[in-house]
Ligand binder design. Sequence first.
Ligand code: ADP
Ligand code: MG
Length: 573
Amino acid sequence: LRAQVRARGGDRQPAGRDSVQRNIEYMFGIVGIPVTEIAIAAQAVGIKYVGMRNEQAACYAASAVGYLTGRPGVCLVVSGPGFLHALGGIANATINCWPLIVIGGSSDRNQETMGAFQEFPQVEAGRLYNKLSVRPSSLEVIPAVIEKAVRTSMYGRPGSCYIDIPGDFVNLQVNKSSVKYVECCLPPPISMAEHSAVSKAASVIALSKQPLLIVGKGAAYSHAENNIRKLVELCGLPFLPTPMAKGVVPDNHPNCVAAARSMALQHADVIILLGARLNWILHFGLPPRYRQDVKVIQIDICAEELGNNVMPAATLLGDINAVTQQLLEEFSKRSWKYSLNSEWWKKLRGKIKNNEERSKELALQKSLPMNYYTVFHHIRELIPKDCILVSEGANTMDIGRTMLPNFYPRQRLDAGTFGTMGVGLGFAIAAAMVARDRTPGRRVICIEGDSAFGFSGMELETICRYNLPILIIVVNNNGIYTGLDANSWEEMLKFGDPATCVPPVSLLPNAHYEKIMSAFGGKGYFVKTPEELQNALKASVSDKQTPSLINVMIDPQSERKKQEFPWLTRSNL
Ligand code: ADP
Ligand code: MG
């Protein structure tokens, strides 16, 4: 294992797409029997090891490295419970289609089925949510297994791979000459769509009256930003990013119709789907959210995805960046452009204006405690344009997504396809590590609901230990969805045991989360007014060295603005 890692580390290159494809750079985990030596060995060959406080957060961090760099991060865990805690991160990575390698220690081979310390059927349990779940049969084959896992995690639709290392392997000796070292795998091959499919897609698009391009996080992952922007401009297409595809084309691009999302989805007659699944995030592609007769042109790297929920009008199997290039060439030949004076564009623009005004009204409300919109308004004004935004929590994530623009690709990380709460701090740590190495000075800003923050709150210690200048903003409404103010809380307690009378959505009112940050040497701010919020934001944005946490108290009953359609109120979007 160690030598294989060294072989990979040997040809390190400066940051860039090529080097990203070739080296494993980051490992996140929690050490213990039997994996401590593996972490030490990894450090010895130049892999950055970040020791976390819970395997789940470690696994989320490693998976975010995969999304951000295109090369899997590694999560290292101990046997049994350590492995089980990581399963959440494994499932999250595979469901998000992100590459990830998990290395788990397991009990010694000669104690198997005897009730060994932390014994658990890890390879079997790993199978459901990994593309590959294996235990090398001997020390000699470890390099080949690692190569296969790294390759499998990245090729085709990306996902997680699990490698099981029995405890007795860790300190076994082996004759070096009997180990066959395997070259590091090549970058994923790039596939293109059939010519006939490209031409069919172009014909359908050219006949559309109300086209819409939807950009998904597969497009962000494939680094297709330049080609997609060209396609949008060449063809005059309105586009809509999914949550994590925000910034592939900047949110302030004139063709972005995110602020008219519902209308765009509901009335589009042709939808070009670039690396997004027709799952719950896109309301399955079905009525009432879409027209019954909508024609979907689906572009994806995974053949099995094509045709899910809706019969597509054209299917383009291939890498988004390559296929977008094919579409660009096809449209250059046809010199077709959708008219900016069309009724469709007029309707979309009218809707955008109207929706933006509704948010603005709420943002400018002066009443205290603040509402979500006021908080996000000030955050938007004061954070750097190129920061990486991590966001989770129900209302915090949903309202934040509409209020905070993204200008660059792969700079938004959130609960994702699995809707996972608790990912924020792990993602932020990964993003800060990657930013430190590749784009020094770029800030990571992690905006958390108070409930979401609680899942991995102890990672603040990790953040301070590695001195990662992350700014965490906890939008605190004393609860899950909604909470109680301090007075109502006291009233509730009069009824008796809190376990029987406090609403299940409630968390402790006015919890001082910022004090956890100051306990570890970071800066903590407790804010209740717009002025305090502005001051805390200015201070923490300008301090580029110190981790900080701003705990923003908002109205515990603050809600998102009223939804126009009843089917929207229960979903996350
Ligand atoms: P979103 O959450 O943004 O809607 P999804 O995660 O549902 O996006 O969909 C992403 C899709 O992108 C997946 O179906 C995945 O197979 C696909 N994908 C990932 N990488 C590539 C790539 N390089 N080229 C084409 N499709 C890709
Ligand atoms: Mg909350």
